[in-house]
Ligand binder design. Sequence first.
Ligand SMILES: *Cc1c(COP(=O)(O)O)cnc(C)c1O
Length: 422
Amino acid sequence: MTEKTFPLTKPELEALVKKYPTPFYLYDEGAMRENARRFSAAFSVFPGFCEYYAVKACPNPYILKILASEGFGADCSSLPELILSQKVGLTGEKVMFTSNETPEKEFIYANLMGAVINLDDITHIDYLEKALGTIPELISFRYNPGPLKTGNVLIGNPEEAKYGLTRPQIFEAYADVKKRGAKRFGLHTMVASNELNPDYFIETAVLLFELAVEVQEKTGVSVEFINMGGGIGIPYKPEETAIDYDYIARGMRKAYDKILGPAGLGEVKIFFECGRPITGPYGWLVTQAIHEKHIYREYIGVDASMADLMRPGMYGAYHHLTVLGKEKAPHDQVYDVVGSLCENCDKFAVQRSLPKIDIGDFIIIHDSGAHGRAMGFNYNAKLRAGELLLREDGKIVEIRRRETEADYFATLDFTGLGKFEV
Ligand SMILES: *Cc1c(COP(=O)(O)O)cnc(C)c1O
């Protein structure tokens, strides 16, 4: 069971919306820091452990700066994400570049920053060498175990996933980059998304540890780090339970001592690049009910839409909703809570039992601190919500303003219209 909480009372939120009207995202710095420390403490059983926060989950420099101050690095997969990391002082090997279908200039930029380049494919060795004029001293590969591992619903079976190198390619790739002058090596995989079974990660670690030993035997290459990727889930539903970081760390440590130690790989560093469990539970999309509609179903229309948070609309993902101040009221109504897109999938909740909602009620959408604002879009010319941060001293600061019409029109040049003959 996971209790769904919100850090502000109704009067506090009423005061806040006078300055920052809904919808907006709110993040809780103190809760994020507390969780980051628990994460680091659990995995400190591995010397040199580093969590590279997956920037895509919440690409806001203020959040990144907080996480960097907790010792986290950044996991990036695009040029703007690399720039964001640089802006908060994360460069060099504090940055992991786990990209795929990567344009040349992004490899060049990542290399200039000294980021760890994690290649998604064997053909990218040539591509990278051509782009850089050389092979970096440190290079990593993303492994796709194919039929050796079953994936989960969100990411699909590894065999059908576009990512990574096959098993035979992995051996070939290390031998190849070694020949081309690489001196330091890493190994990566990511085979799950939003997975709540801790044993899944221990099994994945065993797979990677055994592979690292085999790589050493077959190619003479000793990897210096093993990157477990992301994929640790969060309890979106109250009846689910959060992953126990200590349980994973202990299980991984046992496998590490059993498999890597005897092979002389007892110094290998362990990395993660989690996004979701790091910030997900500590962010909320705050909306207000602005319409009610009584047709074949009961609808509540809110001022946020799928353009602000697409997970429910895109893959039917569950996000818990609470009506602020009515948490204890009987949940005796059944609603579809919907946004304003001209798309019928724009629903934050479908046939959900909730307390009676009145116009003006605050509807809190929980667990929106990762893959929330970040996945927003501008369809229907919707302007995306801004982001607020609850600091540890109780002050609330705006860390991203909401979009304006001018932002939406920024890529258009209306002055050209006059000369445009039709
Ligand atoms: C998305 C992603 C992550 C982060 O995943 P979470 O589920 O947010 O923890 C890490 N690494 C790679 C390569 C990813 O694509």
